[in-house]
Design a protein around this ligand. Structure first.
Ligand SMILES: [Mg+2]
Ligand SMILES: [Zn+2]
Length: 233
């Protein structure tokens, strides 16, 4: 029996055709608590449960102006637990992509782990399996990519994958800061605060939300490296 694999969906024509170059650096983004509201103790099981966080469309609009793939990386164990069908998740992601696109944004792929923790897969964050898949499938250069998430699970996964990571204060973000030993105090009024953490190599900062994280990477870092040649189609 082969080990369970993550599921990659909604692959854009641009990513599929290699227009981002041979080893693109990518914007990797967690879903719940970063793109849409986190529902405490409950899954997002269908579209009415899905509420975009303020600033999300602005973030994706800014990302669309870059020459880097934009990929959502999400644990969705509700599928494996039987709380939601694979088809229902696909419908949520189709609508999410449509709404982002209609608002000037771009999502090039969505990778999710459908497995419950009991399966012991290597893709459920904090394991780095989804990142490894993106590297092998699309050549994503993990050390030059950035992962934006709201939980300690995200930060551990990002570190294990060798990515740079940014924690957002939306979703579980504030709880992550206050319950994780070794985090410095954060300034509520700041859009982006540079931080490092001994146990989380790659962690670079705390951002107010996805939009602030993206703005910091684009304006503060000058963006991610691009290797894209001319766009063919
Ligand atoms: Mg999350
Ligand atoms: Zn998995």
């Amino acid at each position: 029996m082969t080990s369970p694999e993550p599921n990659i969906g909604h692959i854009s024509k641009r990513l599929m055709s290699g227009d981002f170059g041979a080893s693109p650096s990518a914007f990797l983004i967690d879903r719940d608590g970063v793109i849409n509201e986190h529902r405490s103790g409950r899954y997002v099981n269908d579209w009415p449960d899905f509420t975009f966080l303020p600033g999300t469309f602005d973030a994706f609009s800014a990302l669309a102006s870059t020459s880097n793939p934009v990929i959502v990386v999400t644990n969705q164990s509700g599928v494996g637990r039987g709380a939601m069908s694979a088809l229902a998740l696909e419908d949520i992601h189709k609508r999410m992509v449509e709404a982002v696109t209609a608002n000037g944004g771009r999502i090039d792929a969505i990778i999710h782990c459908p497995h419950p923790p009991t399966v012991g897969c290597t893709c459920r964050k904090p394991a780095p399996g989804m990142f490894v898949s993106l590297a092998s499938r699309f050549g994503v250069s993990l050390p030059e990519s950035v992962f934006i998430g709201d939980t300690i699970t995200d930060l551990v996964a990002g570190s294990a994958a060798g990515c740079r990571s940014i924690l957002v204060r939306t979703g579980e973000g504030v709880r992550t800061i206050t319950t994780t030993a070794g985090f410095p105090a954060f300034d509520d009024g700041t859009a982006f605060q540079a931080v490092s953490h001994q146990s989380l190599p790659g962690l670079t900062g705390i951002a107010r939300n996805l939009n602030a994280a993206v703005a910091h990477v684009i304006l503060g870092w000058g963006g991610l490296r691009t290797s894209a040649g001319p766009i063919n189609s």
